[in-house]
Ligand binder design. Structure first.
Ligand SMILES: NC(=O)c1ccc[n+]([C@@H]2O[C@H](COP(=O)([O-])OP(=O)(O)OC[C@H]3O[C@@H](n4cnc5c(N)ncnc54)[C@H](O)[C@@H]3O)[C@@H](O)[C@H]2O)c1
Length: 264
């Protein structure tokens, strides 16, 4: 049998993806459904969740859920609904993030915007991961969690609420990985570069700084996400951060070398 066949066990595996209404979260949720995994598509927007479910390779395996994950009550409702409608979640992906607005620099961002960013990115990520891990530990079942962080967990973005929340999430991945490893629950980070996925309005000129020569697509992230989520492919991987950026993070004040003589 090929090593990469059947990365999931559809008889046992159940996924929950936040931010599944758009962009990277949608592509990951649809990819999981395509692998036969029953998946809860969670998002604050009803219209986009419905569209994401309808466009899934196997809509009958997709469970839509709508609510505002900035609220603890909504997170608890999601946990209860996921359990009753899909089963015990074995694979958790936290991709939800409030909109990033360029106007929200350090001198402008409001307390409310700061609070909401932290509540969705960090608080919901921690609360959902901890409660799901408690269920798995009680059932003595392994699990796999994936948090969408950012290159801006380590470099400023001119959006302090966003970059600090992603830095917190990156550390949360390490804390959870260290604590939950003994229960065979793996926790990793996926680190997108410049992905034209909806949440980031990309200037096509940015491609000049990307060694692979183009902006990223949601599908670029989904393929890596599925590989890292799979216990069969990545069973000995935890606490790691997978950068999927076409090489963008290699960029500094030197441009790549001029290679005209070598062009095909
Ligand atoms: N696109 C990029 O270039 C990029 C780069 C680095 C990191 N990321 C991260 O990857 C993840 C996905 O990015 P994207 O570009 O696909 O984002 P996106 O904005 O397209 O999707 C985020 C989703 O989260 C949902 N959401 C927002 N607030 C919510 C709330 N309170 N409750 C529930 N759902 C809520 C939105 O409705 C949306 O569907 C995010 O965490 C983002 O920070 C993206």
């Amino acid at each position: 049998m090929s090593l990469l066949n059947n990365p999931f066990d559809p008889k046992r595996d159940v996924a929950l993806v936040t931010g599944a209404g758009n962009g990277i979260g949608r592509a990951i949720a649809q990819g999981l459904v395509g692998e036969g995994v029953r998946t809860v598509f969670a998002d604050v927007r009803e219209d986009t969740v419905a569209a994401a479910v309808a466009a899934s390779p196997r809509p009958e395996l997709a469970v839509p859920w709508v609510g505002d994950l900035a609220s603890r009550e909504a997170c608890n409702a999601l946990l209860a609904d996921a359990r009753s409608r899909a089963g015990m979640v074995t694979h958790f992906v936290h991709s939800a993030a409030p909109a990033r607005r360029e106007a929200d620099h350090a001198l402008a961002v409001t307390d409310e915007t700061w609070e909401t960013m932290r509540a969705v990115n960090v608080d919901a990520g921690f609360h959902l991961a901890r409660e799901l891990s408690r269920q798995l530990i009680a059932a003595r079942e392994p699990g796999s969690f994936l948090m969408l962080t950012s290159l801006h967990a380590a470099t400023p973005r001119n959006l302090p609420h966003y970059s600090t929340s992603k830095a917190a999430l990156a550390m949360l991945v390490k804390e959870l990985a260290k604590t939950l490893g003994r229960f065979s629950i793996r926790v990793n980070a996926l680190v997108p570069g410049a992905i034209a996925a909806g949440g980031f309005i990309a200037d096509p000129a940015l491609a000049r700084h990307i060694p692979l020569g183009r902006l990223g697509r949601s599908e670029d992230l989904a393929a890596m996400a599925l590989a890292v989520l799979s216990n069969r492919i990545s069973g000995y991987v935890t606490g790691a951060a997978f950068v999927v950026d076409g090489g963008l993070s290699l960029t500094n004040w030197f441009d790549p070398p001029v290679l005209d003589d070598f062009a095909a």
